[in-house]
Design a protein around this ligand. Structure first.
Ligand SMILES: [Zn+2]
Length: 256
């Protein structure tokens, strides 16, 4: 009886570890997956929303570090100077030794893909998405929507920010005949770091025309989170724009 039991145990043991056994193969696959570096194994774009015309709002998540940073490649469709850099950023980030253990970087490729497709500042409903956020200074009206977040693109980015809870948000824009780094919320330190690394000067929000319902107003003043608005000069060659700011962008992402 004892010998038979032992035999059974041995038999079960053999079956359990035989390479052709499906359970064994599954366990091996599970172990390989557990050993793989999580989201780094195969970074994939995922869709977090749709535009008015049904275009995808795509997000890539890189790294697994405790620091969380959100990069937004553009929100005004006629300001696409940051798009080239957005495409370069994943590779540049992954090339920095140790970055993936320090930071989780979320990249929203384009917050206004319809605007980019049609070369318009606003979305297809004629709403400036950067005036459609539930900041205390939101004002309903032409080009700003009837209510905060009444546009699908702004809702998608709003929900992404609440889900990611980023330590800092960086949004690419472009400005006529000037370039600078603007900030809202507790982001002066990041703006100054960006400025040191790029030569872009820091420009505070109170020197601008009022921007009711802007993403900066909502993230910076309502949520109290750090947000940088990166203004490239309109018409700058996108590759040159990236070259002049890549060190600064990575410094902000890595916090130093
Ligand atoms: Zn803009």
């Amino acid at each position: 009886m004892r010998a038979a039991l032992l035999g059974l145990v041995v038999l079960v043991g053999c079956v359990g570890t035989h390479p052709r056994n499906p359970e064994w193969r599954q366990r091996k696959a599970d172990a390989a997956e557990a050993a793989a570096p999580g989201p780094l194994a195969r970074p994939q774009w995922r869709i977090v929303g749709r535009s008015v015309e049904g275009r995808s709002l795509r997000v890539l998540e890189l790294g697994r570090g405790p620091r969380r940073v959100l990069w937004v490649g553009g929100i005004h469709g006629d300001e696409r100077e940051g798009h080239y850099g957005t495409a370069q950023l994943p590779g540049a980030f992954l090339d920095v030794p140790g970055a993936v253990d320090k930071v989780t970087l979320t990249i929203l490729e384009d917050a206004n893909p319809d605007g980019s497709a049609h070369n318009t500042r606003s979305n297809r409903n004629g709403v400036d998405l950067n005036r459609n956020y539930p900041a205390r200074n939101y004002l309903p009206g032409d080009g700003r929507g009837k209510a905060p977040l009444d546009q699908p693109e702004s809702r998608a980015l709003h929900d992404l920010i609440l889900a990611v809870q980023p330590d800092v948000v960086v949004v690419a824009h472009a400005w006529r005949n000037d370039h600078f780094i603007n900030f809202d919320g507790p982001a002066l330190r990041y703006a100054e770091l960006f400025s040191r690394k790029s030569g872009f000067r820091v420009k505070a929000s109170d020197t601008f025309a009022p921007t009711p319902g802007s993403l900066g107003s909502w993230v910076g003043r309502t949520l109290g989170k750090a947000i940088l608005t990166l203004e490239y000069e309109r018409g700058t060659d996108p590759a040159a724009a990236w070259q002049s700011t890549s060190d600064a962008i990575l410094a902000v992402i890595l916090d130093g």
